[in-house]
Design a protein around this ligand. Structure first.
Ligand code: AMP
Length: 399
């Protein structure tokens, strides 16, 4: 059974997740979806990038079932950007149900938002200031709200927002379900959460460990056209049972997998273009150790928890440092050590600086010397290098 279906989500939603390439629920989704479906008030710790939006959007969409007239779900967010992101996810996941989402935020004229409020609405996603203004103008009706979400609750609980948030919550029926997602859960957050919710279930998810002490991180400067050879050489050096290779695009994932197979490496690809059953089959083989190298895109590998993964290779660097952290966090799990190797081209040097900032230490010594400095160019792959490792060649097995 599909892992999302096991959490209680029905086919129309599971189908969309499948299309979007979501393979496994992230930890916060695993912990929160069922609780929310069961009507519990929840206070969950979750950082941006943890999949928290889907953790509340999916059960809400499941609960709303059919489109209605008046808003039945309210999501409060601290910023306009977050309001737009949350709306995008609601629209994506709610596509099959045709739910109507209205987004309210400040800094723009009222007209379009007021017009939207006059129509049928299922979900309001709003920043507190603008929603308050709409309430004062008597243009928004929260009397039918069944579930309220405070996203980035710790920020919403900042002094500046609190009076507005309180006024809004006062307009929501007292028996509505309340769920809160917060980057931190400290005494203050817990105290205010108890004011808004009834006995909330507290879900603490340990943030993805960025603790680099268990992950040996290396950068390698390499020309684009030499990446395949370098990868094959490295795999032979690692001689590992479970390696995860990241590419930027689905096509590249297929390409790299083919090059690895040409070199007799037992490799598979995983990305959003494959069907759910294909992805599940591939993951099963990978988990069982039948596939040595999995070539993946970011979406497909999010949430993967396979302790045996000993090496992550960033064949292409991701665009954002947080994706880098997610990627390398697939190794060094369950108390084991891991190795992450990232290929970089000259144009991508600036990304390395951003990554170093988030990881909190210098990872690429060559950057210290500045633009003209010595490169740590590590063997860009000897032409014709053949892997000789146990799982990489040797047996001459092609798949
Ligand atoms: P968020 O933490 O809600 O900002 O989500 C971060 C990103 O992860 C979004 O782009 C989501 O589309 C994506 N995402 C969330 N859950 C999953 C999942 N289970 N599998 C793959 N991607 C996911």
């Amino acid at each position: 059974m599909n892992k999302f279906a096991e959490l209680g989500l029905s086919k129309p939603i599971v189908d969309i997740l499948d299309e979007a390439g979501f393979v496994e629920p992230t930890p916060v989704q695993n912990a929160a979806i069922e609780l929310i479906l069961n009507g519990k008030d929840v206070l969950a710790s979750a950082q941006t990038g943890s999949g928290k939006t889907a953790a509340f959007a999916l059960p809400i969409i499941e609960k709303l079932a059919k489109p209605g007239d008046k808003p039945r779900a309210l999501v409060l967010v601290p910023t306009r950007e977050l309001a737009l992101q949350v709306t995008t996810q609601f629209k994506l996941f709610g596509r099959n149900k045709k739910l109507k989402v209205v987004t309210l935020y400040g800094g723009v004229g009222f007209d379009a938002q007021l017009r939207a409020l006059r129509g049928k609405i299922d979900v309001i996603v709003a920043t507190p200031g603008r929603l308050n203004d709409c309430l004062e103008r008597r243009c928004a009706d929260l009397r039918n709200v069944e579930i309220t979400v405070l996203d980035e609750a710790d920020r919403l609980m900042d002094l500046g927002f609190m009076p507005q948030v309180r006024r809004i919550i006062d307009r929501v029926p007292a028996d509505a379900q309340t769920v809160m997602f917060s980057a931190t859960i400290d005494q203050r957050v817990t105290r205010i959460a108890n004011e808004f919710a009834t006995d909330p279930v507290i879900v603490k998810i340990n943030p993805e460990r960025v603790d680099s002490s268990s992950i040996d991180q290396k950068f390698m400067h390499v020309h684009e056209f030499k990446k395949d050879a370098l990868l094959i050489e490295l795999l032979s050096e690692f001689n590992a049972d479970s390696v995860l290779v990241f590419t930027r695009t689905k096509r590249k994932a297929g390409w790299v997998k083919d090059r690895l197979r040409d070199a007799s490496v037992v490799a598979e690809e995983i990305h959003g273009d494959l069907s759910q059953s294909q992805r599940e089959r591939t993951l099963k083989k990978y988990r069982a150790g039948e596939v040595a190298v999995l070539v993946a895109t970011d979406v497909a590998a999010r949430g993967l928890d396979i302790p045996a993964i000993s090496h992550v290779v960033n064949y292409d660097l991701p665009d954002s440092p947080s994706d880098y952290v997610h990627r390398i966090g697939r190794t060094g799990r369950a108390g084991r050590s891991g190795t992450a190797v990232s290929f970089i081209s000259d144009e991508q040097r600036h990304l390395v600086r951003d990554i170093e900032k988030i990881v909190g230490r210098q990872l690429d010594p060559s950057l210290k010397a500045g633009a003209g400095g010595a490169k740590m160019a590590v063997g860009a792959g000897r032409p014709g290098a053949r892997p000789g490792g146990r799982r990489f060649g040797g047996r001459g097995r092609r798949r």
